[in-house]
Design a protein around this ligand. Sequence first.
Ligand code: ACO
Length: 320
Amino acid sequence: MFYIAGTGSALPEKVVTNDDLAKFLDTSDEWIYTRTGIRSRHVITHERLNDLAIASAKQALADAGIAGSDVDLIICATMRGDTFTPSLACCVGEAICSRAPAFDVNAACVGVLYCMEIADSFIAAGKAKNVLIVSAEAMSKLVDWTDRSTCVLFGDGSGAMVVRAGKGRLAGELSCDPDSHVIRMPNIEGVNSPYNESEHLPLIMHMDGGEVYKFAVNAMGRNIEEVCAQANLTPADIDWYLPHQANVRIIDASLKKFRIDKSKVLLNISGCGNMSATSIMVLLDEYAKKGTFKKGDKLLFVAFGAGLTSGAVIVEWNKD
Ligand code: ACO
């Protein structure tokens, strides 16, 4: 019920290489690159996440040829915006002079796919024509910078797309295998209440990398099979794969059984790391701007993340 009408992205200025990390962590470029495919990532220094989100949203609107007032719904995928309230989506709405309903979605790295499916439902119900989807993640504020097994994996950034009523989306598959232990980021509790007796936990990520790896490979493979079946396609019919950029080895392992030509699998993990929900958006914008996608091409987005969430969406590229 929708096609992608415009895209945008914005990354922080500061680039941190693996060698930079090796100055204060017991790690090396060789370890990080061979285990993950990551060479460097963008990290927030002076920027606000809101500003990155607004910049990418404005690019996507310009690319779609519409003004903020033409947007009927704003959905932002983020695990944590600059403020708990107003939501990141409300902040974007204010900056683009929109009065459309606006809310955030937290589905970790799968957030954008959840947003696409919500947008599809609004459009199918006749409640929206143009939906602005924005992702913005400041992973550098959430990881433990003393834990070499997690902090080296992530980067910060924002991306956006306008989806518009029309022919494009062919199928979508969302799922959740609930697990509150494998990836966990406690909220700070009882900060200022004289009554709250819960433990005061720091807001940093804990992750069992090996368990995430196993889940990711299974979930991505399963979601690709299911979404292709839903669209009456085979994995070989897909022109471009846009997988969540968490680890090149996870991407290779989950796609191996489909014997897909590697040139169809788009990557930017080397220079961006894992930007959670934002990874897929920045990847989409980068290759859209390069002119990689031709009208009628079938794009398959697939992702997994904390929750444990996962999903896949197939969209035909029908941008005007
Ligand atoms: N530098 C050097 N050594 C390291 C580093 C590092 N940065 N990190 C870990 N090691 C060490 C470990 O301590 C371990 O040492 P030991 O054998 O002496 O105990 C050794 O390297 C091997 O560690 P493994 O965990 O076996 O390494 P593995 O090959 O499994 O790779 C990785 C680890 C990269 C984390 C992998 O498991 C992975 O990518 N998992 C998925 C993570 C992921 O995708 N997370 C995103 C989830 S979505 C979200 O959070 C929003």
